[in-house]
Design a protein around this ligand. Structure first.
Ligand SMILES: O=C(O)CCC(=O)C(=O)O
Ligand SMILES: [Fe+2]
Length: 279
């Protein structure tokens, strides 16, 4: 099955959407409540931030993980040796945020978090009874008042030809969190790995909202909902000279939320950050 594009306003949207998540780890929504204007404005304003020297005064703090991650310290995906070709900024409500960008990005953070709670209710409603019985609390409750949800503003710079051979914008990886909410980026490149092992472009019409499952939902659902590998491939031709901006919101439960017999959100997250080499 390919990733389904679902009209958020259609009566059977919840069922269709959850089916796509179950089959592919991804679902795409159109006609959803997040206005394209705010997404576009964020892309423009943060592009300007990444082009400025101001970013250097927000260098990330390894203890708290908020702030600016320069290309030199950017992630190496689990199981890979080459760093991704990207720089990014981690926005947390309690973290450092450039003053001029704060109101807008926090408005988006709230909007997307509210929508995410609704989507988690959809997931719960269409979880089989035996799977839902193992959720330690309602999925949408797991993110209630959480300080851990992370909004990452990503900038993939234009390629200039001196990239390390084999490095790509984002090497194949799975997300760590419960669910990821991602407005379509301003340029294509996002691909998902299908069950048969082939890579497929995620429908990326500007205005689409892409949602995918992370490892924590896979853990909490005993594998019923798959955390699927995805990647961002390098552009070719004229597109190589363009920046790509994207804006994933990674939904994380509160620290103490029990995901499974093995893990709370905190024990799971710490394990993964160490593997990524950023902690
Ligand atoms: O930039 C994108 O489209 C996806 C980014 C992503 O998968 C991630 O940061 O985890
Ligand atoms: Fe990802």
């Amino acid at each position: 099955m390919q990733v389904q594009v679902v009209d958020y306003q259609s009566p059977n949207a919840p069922e269709q959407f959850v089916k796509s998540l179950r089959e592919t780890g991804f679902g795409v929504l159109t006609n959803h409540p997040i206005k394209q204007e705010i997404v576009e404005s964020i892309y423009t304003n943060w592009y300007n931030f990444f082009m400025s020297d101001e970013k250097e005064s927000f260098a990330y703090d390894p203890k708290t993980q908020d702030g600016y991650f320069a290309p030199e310290i950017s992630e190496t995906a689990k199981g890979h040796t080459k760093k991704d070709i990207k720089e990014y900024y981690h926005v947390y409500p309690w973290g450092r945020i450039p003053q001029s960008l704060k109101d807008e990005i926090m408005a988006y953070y709230q909007l997307a978090s509210d929508l995410a709670a609704e989507l988690l209710d959809w997931v719960e409603k269409y979880s089989p009874t035996d799977v839902a019985a193992k959720y330690s609390e309602a999925l949408s409750n797991m993110i209630k008042d959480t300080p851990n949800t992370l909004l990452r503003v990503l900038h993939y710079p234009p390629l200039n030809g001196d990239e390390e051979p084999g490095a790509i914008r984002a090497a194949a990886h799975e997300d760590i969190n419960l669910l990821t909410i991602l407005p379509a980026a301003n340029e294509p490149g996002l691909q998902v790995k299908l069950k048969d092992g082939t890579w497929s472009d995620v429908p990326c019409d500007f205005g689409n909202l892409i949602i995918n499952i992370g490892d924590m939902l896979q853990e909490a659902s005993s594998g019923y909902f798959p955390s699927t590998s995805h990647r961002v491939i390098n552009p070719t031709g004229k597109a190589s000279s363009k920046s790509r901006i994207s804006l994933p919101l990674f939904l994380h439960p509160r620290d103490e939320v029990i995901l499974s017999e093995r893990h709370t959100q905190r024990s799971y997250l710490d394990e993964r950050l160490k593997e990524l080499g950023v902690m």
